[in-house]
Write a protein that binds this ligand. Structure first.
Ligand code: SF4
Length: 216
């Protein structure tokens, strides 16, 4: 496929601050892709799930819009960004333009072409979902820079202490994110954190900062 002919379904593009995970507070241009292969009950970007014909934008148009903002970091999110193989061309172009690219993914899909990038220019935030029993593509063992587990009614200590997540606990990459910053999920997250610490691991409790300070 010729790069200039690439069309990607875009929900919205705007400058903001990363509100989740280890890179909280980072100024970014947020590029939200339309479409997702899952349908989580508490999804806070449900408007970005249905694929709409009219949301397809040419790569050139997207890059032109991204360049308007005074940022050197791009956050590609969704929906599920890896649902579209064409996202590779977007990432490639952004990296060539010296952007530090962050991707937020549910981890169920992988695009092999991403393996041509170095970890220095690509930050991957993996957030496995209860709908698929917290399973994720094995490529993320290497590629995930952080693993966000949403603390909701589904998350349990059994999940956290299962083999895949112990792998990330051992590497201090696990983040507990209380769903919607709700007080009862904050309480549950604190309890889970204590269990993690008791077992000799370290994890991090990080709320959704953008919701606390009232920005998108
Ligand atoms: S994976 Fe993410 S975008 Fe997709 S439905 Fe779940 S929360 Fe929403």
């Amino acid at each position: 496929m010729k790069e200039r002919k690439v069309k990607i379904p875009i929900s919205e593009i705007y400058p903001t601050i990363q509100g989740e995970g280890f890179l909280i507070g980072t100024p970014v241009v947020l590029i939200r892709l339309q479409g997702c292969n899952l349908s989580c009950e508490w999804c806070d970007t449900k408007y970005a799930i249905p694929l709409k014909k009219e949301s397809g934008k040419y790569l050139e148009e997207i890059l032109r819009e991204v360049k308007k903002y005074n940022r050197k970091r791009a956050l590609i999110t969704g929906g599920e960004p890896l649902y579209h193989r064409e996202v590779f061309f977007l990432i490639d172009s952004l990296i060539q333009m010296d952007f530090y690219v962050q991707i937020e993914t549910n981890g169920t899909l992988w695009i092999e072409e991403l393996e041509k990038f170095s970890k220095e220019s690509l930050y991957i935030s993996l957030s496995p979902k209860y709908l698929v029993n917290y399973s994720f593509h094995p490529a993320f063992y290497y590629w995930a820079d952080e693993v966000k587990l949403v603390v909701d009614n589904h998350l349990s200590s059994e999940v956290i202490f299962s083999k895949p997540f112990v792998y990330f606990l051992e590497r201090k990459k696990l983040i507990l994110q209380p769903e919607g910053n709700k007080p009862h999920f904050v309480k549950k997250a604190l309890k889970l954190l204590e269990e993690i610490l008791e077992k000799g691991y370290e994890a991090f409790l990080i709320p959704q900062m953008h919701k606390l300070i009232g920005i998108e």
